[in-house]
Write a protein that binds this ligand. Structure first.
Ligand SMILES: O=C(O)[C@H](O)[C@H](O)[C@@H](O)CO
Ligand SMILES: [Mg+2]
Length: 390
């Protein structure tokens, strides 16, 4: 079997989107004076699909959610020529070929995200060729079902957040993640707003539901050191991305500061990046996204490293390319799940682009032992809601 073609397409959403709101989600842009729609650059309203075709008629499906048009250009110009004509089962060699040939500019960021999309498609090819789900190629079923947490609760009116939290309880979720809306530029009043929002959600869900707190790189070390002790009383399961991804020393200091585990990794790349985070005890939860970090080939190596450090892996986003790794690793106790399909931040686009993603039941997801590959197809039903770039 040889790879005969690689087809990268960009899907840009032109359907309804939820209008941005101020203080919706703290983020890395908040430190800058031009407040505006600070989350604007962190909306995923476009996606790149990657179809790896073989000379035996198999088509593997991968995806990239960052900088879609750039990802497509990288795949078309640099990565496709490296894998066409090759045996997809030589996936380690092909990963190294893509990684090393683009090493000058592609070892992190959009270069590695593009490699991830091709790699995910190659694993889909292998599963389909063998008639096995990808997780059976990675270690098999380590869980009867995958526990998942509802991940939304962006900062809105506190009553609205309480209604939303209650709706996740009603759906059977045993864990949920909320977002902060304030950071260093909002002073003591912003600290109070942040504390009030956590208190409001805790009031609804009680003490027996896991609550995770998302900062999305929107704070800095000084602010985080001030507010973390005030958050301990809410006993969050973790506090996520308090500082920018390059402030690894900041992560290390915060991860030791209080009883609150610090999580991160959705903006880190390759097993080399995670070795650094783990050796420095920078994070207590690893949260790579397989469509960014280096695909399944890199993610499985990170799972092994994390397991040796006894640090759990709970990938960013959920979605099928992550679920297979979570199912196949004892180091991965649960998945993230985006419970709402209205296109807001854009994480939800996955549901319009692909079909096959499992729906949670009572806070659990399951994968099918008998569906080969990733179990995803393109959802042509919504193609008219996208501007498609071939
Ligand atoms: O952890 C997450 O789900 C990500 O940080 C979100 O995708 C991001 O949009 C901020 O909520
Ligand atoms: Mg996050």
């Amino acid at each position: 079997m040889k790879i005969s073609n690689v087809r990268a397409r960009v899907f840009e959403w032109k359907g309804h989107t939820v209008a941005p709101q101020a203080h919706f989600c703290s983020n890395a842009m908040d430190e800058l004076w031009d407040r505006g729609d600070s989350m604007g650059t962190f909306r995923f309203h476009g996606w790149t699909t990657v179809e790896v075709e073989t000379d035996t008629g198999i088509v593997g499906l991968g995806n990239v959610a960052l900088a879609p048009r750039i990802a497509k250009a990288i795949i078309d110009q640099y990565l496709a020529p490296l894998v066409i004509g090759q045996d997809p089962f030589d996936y380690e060699y092909l990963w190294q070929r893509m990684y090393r040939s683009t090493h000058a500019w592609g070892r992190k960021g959009i270069g590695m995200a593009a490699i991830s999309g091709v790699d995910i498609a190659i694993w889909d090819v292998m599963g389909k060729a063998l008639g096995k789900p990808v997780f059976k190629l990675l270690g098999g079923r380590t869980k009867e079902k995958i526990p998942c947490y509802a991940s939304k609760l962006y900062r809105t009116d506190l009553n609205e957040m309480q209604r939303e939290a209650q709706s996740y309880l009603d759906q059977g979720f045993k864990a949920m993640k909320m977002r902060f809306g304030y950071g260093p530029r909002d002073g003591a009043q912003g600290v109070r707003e942040n504390l009030n929002s956590v208190a409001a959600v805790r009031e609804v869900i009680g003490e027996d539901i896991d609550l995770m707190l998302e900062c999305y790189m929107g704070w800095n070390l000084e602010y985080a050191k001030r507010i973390l002790p005030k958050l301990e009383r809410f006993q969050p399961r973790w506090l996520e991305e308090p500082v920018i991804a390059d402030d690894i020393d900041g992560y290390v200091e915060l991860n030791k500061l209080t009883s609150i585990p610090i999580s991160g990794g959705e903006h880190e790349f390759t097993h080399y990046g995670f070795r650094q985070l783990l050796e420095q005890r920078a994070v207590s939860v690893v949260q790579y996204d397989t469509n960014r970090v280096g695909g399944i080939t890199a993610a499985r190596k990170i799972n092994a490293i994390a397991e040796s450090f006894s640090v759990p892996v709970i990938p960013h986003a959920g979605q099928m390319h992550n679920y297979h790794l979570t199912m196949a690793s004892l180091a991965s106790p649960m998945s993230e799940f985006f419970p709402v399909h209205d296109v807001e931040i854009g994480n939800e686009l996955f549901y319009y682009l692909f079909k096959g993603d499992p729906e949670p039941v009572d806070g659990f997801l399951d994968l099918d032992d008998d569906v080969p590959g990733l179990g995803l197809e393109l959802n042509e039903q919504y193609f008219d809601q996208f501007n498609i770039i071939e």
